[in-house]
Write a protein that binds this ligand. Structure first.
Ligand SMILES: [Fe+2]
Length: 180
């Protein structure tokens, strides 16, 4: 995992978009906005992932393969949807089994994008209420375990005036010490 500020230069979302020179983001900065991270080597990962799932109450899981082969006809549409800035009312938990990609999370109150480059062995927890988006990188494939607190849900709420006042968004801002 590597985290840095996204350069906002228009162009292919799958390119690194790293400032020159890079503006790295420390683990502490990610902690401050509620993003959690573990590295669990893929080989023999199951007991460790199971233990973490038990500890954090992740009852369900499935595997997603984001690639042209994995998604077929819905590939292009999905890639677009994943990159729309959105939030969820639950944590988004991803353990990368193979491949790589970028999760972009909004830092508040700066409103800057922090890009998190993930690869196999990375386990990322994106808190409920944070604005974020995902893209593949130019290698065009990622296979990940999706963990869920309850039933598998995939409900993205795109950023809007409504999501700004969504109780989960408001709760998130309180939790990170921003907003009333
Ligand atoms: Fe999401």
């Amino acid at each position: 995992m590597r985290a840095y500020y996204y350069d906002n230069i228009p162009g292919d979302q799958r390119l690194p978009h790293d400032y020159v020179p890079s503006r790295p983001v420390a683990g502490e900065t990610l902690e401050n906005i509620g993003v959690k991270y573990w590295n669990i080597p893929v080989e023999g990962h199951e007991p460790k992932v199971n233990a973490l799932a038990k500890e954090r109450g992740y009852k369900n899981r499935d595997t997603i393969n984001v690639s042209k082969e994995g998604l077929g006809d819905i590939y292009e549409a999905k890639i677009k949807t994943f990159f729309e800035e959105h939030m969820h009312e639950d944590e988004e938990i991803r353990y990368i089994l193979s491949g790589s990609g970028f999760f972009d999370v909004r830092e508040t109150p700066s409103d800057e994008w922090i890009r998190i480059a993930v690869e196999s062995g990375d386990l990322l927890v994106i808190p409920a209420g944070i604005y974020h988006r995902f893209t593949l990188d130019t290698a065009n494939n990622i296979k990940a375990l999706r963990l869920f607190q309850d039933e598998p849900k995939w409900v993205p709420y795109n950023r809007s005036e409504q999501t700004d006042v969504n109780p989960h968004r408001v709760q998130y801002l309180k939790a990170i010490g921003v907003g009333a």
